[in-house]
Design a protein. Structure first.
Length: 226
């Protein structure tokens, strides 16, 4: 589940990656990134992209004779100033242009994320939903057996999909609340190694701590910690 901190980081990610975020945002981002490996990886990818684009800026040299002509047109002693001005101003202009290109590239690189976010918000708005969630369902040894998807809204629900490591047969999908209550959701049948089941939960999704898959004897086959 993406928290509000991650959502804010995604909004200011281009500025942070390009090093142009203001002091307050930069300080907040550094604190958030220190404890969020997902956001840290995201900023690193965007920073690498910006660095690569900055390297595309050529080291532009003026035409042959340009420096001499400018020096002659200026008063004595100004030739040296012109030399240093060329050495520093031209690369600076190239860097600004490259930074603009980098900013545009980051903007387009994030376009899919913005489209996805818009679609996500529109979908949730249909039924006054708050968020979707997903977590792996694992076997006792730690092997991933499938995934559990959840929805927090006016009517919350869970959906479990099993595709690996669970024997064919009939099972029961249940949720365990944060205060320890066990609530059945729906039977789940596995055929040819695959199965799925889901339904509306008796409690809001944010009150669910675990989704479990039980065999006919009530023994836990796989579970997902939310």
């Amino acid at each position: 589940m993406t928290g509000s901190g991650c959502e804010h980081l995604h909004e200011i990610a281009p500025e942070v990656a390009l090093g142009i975020a203001d002091g307050e945002d930069r300080a907040w981002a550094l604190e958030h990134l220190d404890g969020c490996p997902d956001c840290r990886a995201r900023i690193e990818r965007l920073s690498d992209l910006a660095d690569e684009l900055l390297l595309l800026a050529p080291a532009v040299e003026p035409p042959a004779g340009f420096e001499a002509r400018v020096g002659e047109a200026l008063s004595p002693g100004s030739h040296r100033r012109s030399f240093f001005r060329r050495r520093f101003v031209i690369p600076a202009v190239a860097a600004v242009a490259a930074a603009a290109c980098a900013a545009a590239a980051v903007w387009f690189a994030l376009s899919d994320d913005r489209d996805l976010a818009d679609s996500y918000r529109a979908t949730l708005a249909v039924a006054n939903g708050e968020y979707f969630d997903a977590a792996p369902m694992v076997l006792p040894g730690g092997r991933k057996a499938g995934y559990v998807y959840g929805y927090q809204g006016r009517a919350s629900w869970v959906l479990a999909i099993v595709y690996d490591g669970v024997a064919n047969g009939d099972y029961q999908l249940e949720v365990v609340t944060r205060d320890g209550r066990q609530m059945p959701v729906r039977p789940l049948s596995v055929t040819d190694g695959h199965g799925s089941a889901g339904g509306v939960t008796a409690v809001p999704y944010d009150q669910i701590a675990e989704v479990r898959l039980l065999d006919n004897g009530g023994r836990e086959v796989a579970d997902s910690d939310l």
